[in-house]
Design a protein around this ligand. Structure first.
Ligand code: SAM
Ligand code: SF4
Length: 329
């Protein structure tokens, strides 16, 4: 398998593909209450274009794919796209991140096509807090059984939590207890001050860890690798699940970064926090050869910055002024 390497020696083998900017939620740190800026349908890459690009990327060594959004399950035929993506040569792993609300009707088909993992974003187990964070009236009670069903069908389920001061900080031990009891892997993702995230205060990793250790005792580093990314995972005595932390600010992991991102309209972003990348839609639609597209991808990867320069300060919107739903996390 060839390797795609950036100019800092990092191997890029993982991509987050956003299927849509649309979402059925309006999480306070991600989407404005009025919703996303509407992108005309023909500005969004078609599934055929996404599959062609993925085939080229896979031939360059990008073997792991996270399907994201917006809410990826808001896009029609997302499951069929995932099936086709999984069948491409060189694609070793396809996982999905979702708020879980639309998962019910798709979960059996996702298991049948061999989805390699499911990340469910779930910031609280309190319906009141859930409504306040997601700005939706959706019943939390409908998501939990679907997660259980996914796990029963053999899909690896992880829970993603963004600890948010004033919204869910008191709910974190309960979430961890729930995850550990049911054998899920739970990861606490430090709030990044980008887009609407800059208007809120996250809870730093050390504080979250102290809360969890207060409830469960000391965490021990896990002796196996879970997932594709920068999470540090810990085990808790007597439990199958694990507790992880993804802390872009407290524990900057840029030196180990292995990923690129594609927006739904075809912009390949080499770093979440910098607008450095390349517009691929024009190339895909203007008769460019696979070789031309390979070269464009390589040029974007070569420009991948060494690190982000986000600080913890709130209100620092300047550099990465995008909304997270347009990039997919
Ligand atoms: N709708 C899907 C979901 O919620 O899983 C996929 C898209 S969402 C943008 C992907 C992930 O990004 C979610 O886990 C969400 O919590 C996280 N996220 C969004 N804004 C964030 C921010 N400012 N800082 C940290 N994580 C954020
Ligand atoms: Fe939607 Fe996910 Fe953003 Fe929440 S975090 S608004 S569910 S895209």
């Amino acid at each position: 398998m060839p390797e795609l390497v950036d100019s800092h020696g990092r191997i890029i083998d993982y991509i987050r593909l956003s299927l849509t900017d649309r979402c059925n939620f309006r999480c306070v740190y991600c989407m404005p209450p009025e919703g996303e800026k509407r992108i005309p349908h023909d500005e969004i890459l078609s599934y055929e274009e996404l599959l062609r690009l993925s085939r080229i990327l896979a031939s360059m060594g990008v073997s792991r794919y996270k399907i994201t959004g917006g809410e990826p399950l808001c896009r029609k035929d997302a499951v069929e796209f995932i099936r086709d993506l999984k069948n491409l040569p060189g694609v070793k792993q396809v996982t999905l991140t979702t708020n879980g609300v639309l998962l019910g009707p798709s979960v059996e088909r996702l298991a049948a096509i061999g989805l390699d993992g499911l990340n469910v974003s779930l910031d609280t187990l309190s319906q009141g807090h859930y409504g306040a964070i997601t700005r939706s009236k959706s019943p939390l009670a409908e998501v939990l059984p679907v997660m259980a069903k996914a796990r029963a069908l053999g899909i690896l389920v992880k829970i993603n939590v963004v600890p948010l001061r004033g919204y869910n900080e008191d709910d974190l031990p309960e979430l961890a207890a729930f995850a550990l009891k049911h054998g899920y892997h739970i990861r606490f993702i430090e709030l990044m001050p980008v887009g609407l995230g800059a208007e809120h205060e996250g809870v730093p990793q050390d504080e979250v860890r102290a809360m969890i250790e207060n409830s469960f005792g000391a965490l021990s580093p896990l002796d196996r690798v879970i997932g594709n990314g920068p999470a540090e995972h810990f085990s808790v005595d007597g439990h199958k699940g694990s507790v992880g932390f993804i802390s872009a600010l407290s524990k900057k992991f840029c030196r180990q970064c292995n990923r690129i991102r594609l927006t739904s309209s075809g912009y390949l972003k080499s770093c979440l926090h910098h607008n450095i990348g390349i517009e691929l839609k024009g190339l895909l639609r203007s008769g460019a050869s696979d070789k031309d597209i390979e070269e464009a991808v390589m040029s974007a990867v070569r420009k991948k910055p060494l690190a982000h320069d986000l600080s913890r300060s709130r209100g620092e919107k300047g550099k990465a002024a995008f909304l997270m739903n347009s990039v997919g996390g």
